[in-house]
Design a protein around this ligand. Structure first.
Ligand code: F6P
Length: 725
């Protein structure tokens, strides 16, 4: 019963509901059960048959979730004496079969021979539904009446655990204080509090290098040329105002014979046929060009795409477009973080930062009037300076630049396109928001956070000024209709909206679209934790699939209690584990939330070193030990994985974490959590293998409108920290 993969490579699951109806059942001393060919259904062992539950006066039901890769399930219904499994009455007739796919069928009735003369006849319905784990997680409340106890291994990938009685059995009085704040410990990697995203963007090197003065006219001449088209400077800065259709004109120096405009890194780019390709060539060229650190799929695509396309297609500029308070800086910051994490050299250039540096922070709305010639010139000037900096950085090896400004007129965009011509590919990302509530919230947040209003003591006066600024922009706003673009219309809430794309193809633009589709602003926490201490942790062995030590077991109960308290006011949430038993066992005591096993969350594969201690690796495989010590990020265990490999396989997990709107608890492993954490904390790849992820500590990442915040809770001491390579 194989099913197609969905939801980021996670296979669908078969939700099964079997109903049995007879008014006589209630009066009998027998309880209906189901057993069958699959381990979930007890492998034809009546003592392991699954009990059905009484859901109405005469209806019994059993529902469960089956993993995708199981054999066709043959089953039968069986009556077992209550409190005794000695004499079971198996239904008459042939086995029943569970079919795949979504349907509801009434099966032939079940006949049980209660005695020689007494037969019990029941109606039987079977309902099956293919669900992605995420649908299942999202709709878990709807399935609450059909909850099933969790099994530790080899059975369900997605389980609903409603063993309320096990709260006491598992010792929920696990010594965890009610006041969770007592467990908070300092965060070593990320400062607390929210930082205004624009402040974290690239420092305006053109301004800092040349000294800054609001009367500085050195760039003005060039700028006027750029805007007006007089005396085009050598690097293709020329007038683009008159009827340009938004496409790049061929440049003199770089004949466009091989140019096929399919976006950055298009796999369909033409290349000279007389050139022979070898992996050695590719690697050399790749290294020489200072390509990103990405490995695996990304590196393959990057190598294949970027080596053979026109030069300007190897670099990408994302030009944001949109009125103020449309979430451009937020989008730019997220995209930068994501692309960097995937190994692409990416930088975010915020034009507002340039403006503030050059003209100060006290500009009133007037400065932004469309008919304020000086203001328009000054704003174009700083936009061009940011673009110049970006292009210089690209010459030095940068791969993706993000130009964060309103860029709301066609002439401004034409200017940027002219500057980029022959050097890089431009994609416009336009954010449109018509939701007045979202806008009002964004405006207020902006006035609160932006350095433009830092000195404004009257908050409402700041809001009025910002609204006036917005109205000036609205007057001259021209939506993007030119070039390659991605238009996001009312998508921030994550509740639908529209995405329009034009002339977008290639590996990286494809990833960007996919990422943007899944991002939204709904605040929710993500809790990251390693499994409880495992037996291998105690022995100092890497990898393996051992179960929990005693201390690990205690942590699992403390964690369950923590999750219960921390998420008690949430309408829904889900628990994600790897497929290794130390995470599944750690999740086991958590009750009332669906659990999803992800293979992508399995620990780094230590290949031939799996099961060894670090000392054994040093002694028996000194070369491996040394290579890993030298470059832990890129080092790949023979027949195993590198950190970069782990990052690649975690990409669907990140996308799904971005897409989720409910809290998620991720119970995984050291290397995997280092990689996930690096994404949220925007850590450089080189730092990933060294990030501190202690045992028995929960890292809470709060995803919200103004960025990412972190809090750490240490529930108990980590008894056996392992010395690493
Ligand atoms: O020691 C615990 C563990 O999760 C091992 O299973 C894994 O190989 C290791 O940590 C990963 O950490 P590092 O990359 O520092 O060796």
């Amino acid at each position: 019963m194989a099913t197609a993969a969905s939801s980021g490579g996670v296979p669908d699951h078969l939700f099964v509901s079997v109903k049995l109806e007879s008014p006589r059942l209630a009066a009998l001393v027998f309880a209906p059960h189901l057993f069958g060919s699959h381990p979930v259904a007890g492998s034809w062992d009546p003592s392991k048959a699954l009990p059905m539950e009484r859901v109405a006066a005469s209806i019994w039901e059993l529902s469960c979730v089956l993993p995708s890769q199981h054999e066709t399930l043959d089953f039968k219904l069986v009556l077992k004496p209550k409190g005794d499994s000695s004499e079971c009455i198996v239904e008459e007739g042939p086995n029943r079969q569970l079919c795949c796919g979504s349907n509801k069928v009434e099966m032939t009735g079940a006949v049980f021979k209660l005695s020689e003369k007494d037969e019990l006849e029941c109606k039987v319905w079977v309902e099956t539904e293919m669900l992605s784990p995420f649908d299942l997680a999202a709709s878990w409340r709807a399935h609450q009446e059909n909850l099933q106890p969790s099994k530790v291994r080899g059975t369900y990938d997605v389980v609903m655990n409603a063993e309320t009685e096990s709260r006491t059995k598992n010792g929920f009085a696990s010594g965890l204080e009610l006041d969770l704040e007592k467990y908070v410990v300092p965060t070593p990697n990320m400062g607390a509090g929210v930082v205004y995203a624009a402040n974290l963007t690239e420092n305006p090197r053109s301004l800092l290098d040349h000294g800054v003065s609001s009367n500085n006219d050195t760039t003005k001449g060039t700028l006027q040329n750029l805007i007006k088209g007089d005396d085009a400077p050598p690097n293709h800065y020329a007038n683009t105002e008159k009827g340009v259709d938004g496409r790049h004109a061929p440049s003199q120096e770089e004949p466009r014979a091989v140019f096929v405009d399919r976006g950055v890194g298009s796999p369909r780019l033409s290349r000279p046929t007389n050139e022979t390709i070898s992996m050695g060539n590719i690697k050399q060229e790749f290294e020489a060009k200072g390509m990103p650190a990405a490995e695996g799929a990304v590196a393959a695509a990057a190598v294949a795409d970027q080596m053979y396309g026109p030069k300007e297609d190897r670099k990408l500029v994302i030009v944001l477009v949109g009125l103020p308070a449309r979430g451009k800086t937020f989008t730019a910051a997220k995209l930068t973080r994501y692309l960097r994490w995937l190994g692409h050299e990416t930088k975010h250039f915020n034009v507002g930062k340039y403006r503030r540096l050059k003209h100060g922070t006290s500009q009133t709305a007037d400065f932004f009037r469309g008919d304020n010639k000086e203001g328009v010139e000054a704003r174009n000037e700083v936009a061009a300076l940011a673009m110049e900096d970006m292009l210089s950085w690209m010459v030095e090896g940068g791969q993706v630049g993000i130009c964060d400004a309103t860029n709301s007129t066609r002439s401004r965009r034409n200017m940027l396109m002219k500057m980029a011509e022959g050097k890089c590919k431009i994609i416009f990302v336009e954010t449109i928001c018509n939701d007045q509530d979202v806008l009002e919230r964004n405006i207020r947040l902006k006035v609160q956070q932006s350095p433009d209003y830092a000195e404004q003591t009257d908050f409402e006066a700041g809001v009025r000024d910002f609204k006036e600024r917005l109205a000036y922009y609205e007057k001259v706003y021209e939506p993007v209709e030119e070039g390659s673009y991605i238009k996001m219309i009312d998508m921030v809430s994550g509740n639908g909206g529209q995405l329009q794309i034009n002339d977008i193809s290639g590996y990286l633009p494809g990833r960007i679209v996919f990422f943007l589709v899944n991002c939204h602003l709904t605040p929710r926490p993500i809790l990251l934790t390693r499994h409880g201490e495992s037996l291998d942790n105690v022995r100092g062995r890497i990898g393996g699939d051992s179960s929990l030590s005693e201390a690990g077991g205690v942590y699992s109960r403390k964690l369950a209690s923590f999750v219960e308290k921390r998420l008690k006011s949430e309408r829904t949430a889900s628990i994600w584990t790897s497929t290794l038993q130390r995470t599944i066992l750690t999740a086991h005591p958590i009750i009332g939330f669906p659990k999803i096993q992800w293979r992508a969350l399995d620990e780094i594969n230590a290949g031939v070193c799996d099961g060894m201690t670090y000392d054994e690796v040093k002694k028996n495989k000194p070369e491996e030990y040394e290579s890993r010590r030298k470059d832990k990020l890129r080092y790949r265990y023979p027949r195993g994985e590198s950190y970069l490999d782990v990052i690649q396989r975690l990409e669907p997990v990140i996308i799904e974490l971005e897409r989720q709107r409910a809290p998620v608890v991720v119970i995984a492993h050291q290397a995997v959590l280092r990689a996930l954490y690096a994404y949220f904390a925007d850590k450089p790849l080189e730092e990933v293998p060294k990030i501190e992820i202690p045992l028995h500590t929960i890292i809470e990442i709060q995803m919200g409108v103004s960025g990412v915040e972190e809090k750490r809770y240490k529930l108990m001491d980590a008894v056996n920290p392992t010395a690493e390579i």
